[in-house]
Design a protein around this ligand. Structure first.
Ligand SMILES: Cc1cc2nc3c(=O)[nH]c(=O)nc-3n(C[C@H](O)[C@H](O)[C@H](O)COP(=O)(O)OP(=O)(O)OC[C@H]3O[C@@H](n4cnc5c(N)ncnc54)[C@H](O)[C@@H]3O)c2cc1C
Length: 407
């Protein structure tokens, strides 16, 4: 094989971008392949939990994050039926708060644009936009990726390793025939971005809110938005039998928000998207010299904002392992096997379990069980030990610690 001195990263989403940045910080050459002509201005993830903030800090990206994002130390659980603030969780009020005692609301597209801007003049970073991965071959020396360029040409690119950061429908995972184990929820979730300031609704509203409702729960978060004036993002479930047009028409979106928060003037809607929601984890995150990270390796429902965070934890973990192999000539197989063990454990034991629990708590329809779940949140918010334990689970502190402790 002619050239084995680069890591191929497929996908310039937030996970691929952070992986590229972490590898370049170790002076490891990176070739990044992205199917789109320019990075997607993607309005999905915005919440970066405290362990992720610490990683962004280590990488030297936090200053940009603080400039472009919103610092949110507190999150609220609210009963949408009665309007009661059921639980207030304050990361800064933990007995032993993390180094960065807040969630940073930093939109995922801003993370990507920041990284690509930082790397634009870096000779060790080769970014190929409008380039789609279509095939992979690997041998003892390295990996050969087959890609299709914007001109429709089929080209080969060599690398020592290849990491699929190509999202939930990962071509890399499919080419490797790796099972994506789990299930898909029957209902889709609708996400609506609006400039309307929801603090008008009630004093219980903070930057991050979870509304419990047996009929229509809701997640409501504030991000800084493009011009810094604030963008509110709601996520709520839809009925499986409703069509996309029925759900996403201007009238339907307006009616949904008016029902949630009546307003005299029409809502200023910026973006609407409908998502199928999955809970799936790849059977393995490594096969020979090829690895999976981020949504390519695991997907979960967005209640709790854990998908991108888990992907960034993958990226940082993997960059450390690749750096060991790169400089010391260590055998890659045991380290990559350990990457799978650590990151699959974090996913299965924590992220999958917690995101399912989050969704079920908000949407509980049985009155007795709902009362029980809300009482549990009330109790956990009011007792220091339980409050702190709740935050450690919700903010992915436990998941990261436990994954990292796995041999
Ligand atoms: C409504 C909603 C809200 C969310 N909120 C949060 C949150 O607050 N916090 C959180 O942690 N997570 C959140 N998530 C999840 C988060 O958006 C994802 O986990 C995250 O985008 C995964 O990043 P990624 O880089 O792995 O994949 P992606 O962002 O999907 O990026 C994959 C990239 O690969 C490219 N690609 C795909 N196939 C190919 C190919 N064959 N060749 C070349 N390139 C290819 C794509 O074009 C894309 O650019 C949310 C999700 C939803 C739906």
């Amino acid at each position: 094989m002619a050239k084995t001195n680069t890591v191929l990263i497929v996908g310039a989403g937030p996970v691929g971008a952070v992986l590229a940045y972490a590898l370049r910080a170790q002076d490891i050459p990176v070739t990044m392949i992205e199917a789109l002509a320019s990075p997607e201005i993607d309005c999905r993830a915005a919440s970066c939990h405290p362990p992720t903030v610490a990683m962004l800090d280590e990488l030297g990206l936090l200053e940009d994050g603080l400039e472009q994002g919103l610092v949110s130390p507190v999150f609220h659980y609210i009963d949408r039926v009665t309007g009661e603030l059921v639980g207030r969780f304050d990361i800064g009020a933990m007995a032993e708060p993390p180094k960065h005692p807040y969630v940073l609301q930093w939109e995922q597209y801003k993370i990507v644009l920041t990284v690509l801007d930082r790397l634009k003049d870096d000779a060790g970073f080769d970014l190929r936009m409008s380039t789609r991965l279509t095939g992979i071959q690997q041998n003892d020396e390295g990996v050969i990726a087959t890609v299709e360029t914007a001109e429709g040409e089929s080209v080969s690119i060599d690398g020592r390793f290849l990491v699929g950061c190509d999202g939930g429908r990962s071509t890399v995972r499919k080419l490797l025939d790796i099972e994506f184990e789990g299930f898909t929820w029957p209902e889709r979730f609708i996400k609506i971005d609006t400039r309307y300031d929801f603090t008008n609704l009630s004093e219980a509203i903070t930057n991050r809110n979870y509304f419990s409702d047996p009929n229509q729960w809701m997640n409501l978060f504030k991000a800084r938005g493009e011009d810094g004036s604030g963008m509110w993002r709601s996520v709520s479930p839809t009925l499986p039998e409703q069509s996309e047009t029925e759900l996403t028409s201007a009238e339907a979106v307006e009616a949904r928000l008016q029902k949630f928060c009546p307003s005299d003037t029409p809502y200023d809607i910026v973006n609407v998207a409908l998502y199928h929601v999955h809970q799936r984890v790849a059977a393995t995150f490594n096969q020979g010299r090829v690895l999976l990270a981020g949504d390519a390796a695991h997907v979960n429902n967005p209640v709790g904002g854990m998908g991108m965070n888990g992907g960034i934890h993958d990226a940082v973990n993997l960059a450390e392992k690749i750096a060991c192999i790169w400089s010391d000539g260590v055998d890659y197989q045991p380290l990559f096997n350990r990457y799978t063990r650590q990151r699959r454990k974090g996913q299965i034991d924590y992220v999958q379990a917690q995101s399912i629990r989050n969704k079920e708590t908000l949407g509980e329809t049985d009155p007795a069980k709902r009362a029980e779940k809300l009482a549990a949140i009330r109790r956990q918010a009011e007792t220091q030990v339980e409050h702190d334990a709740f935050i450690r689970r919700a903010c992915m502190i436990d998941s990261l610690n436990d994954a990292n402790a796995t041999l």
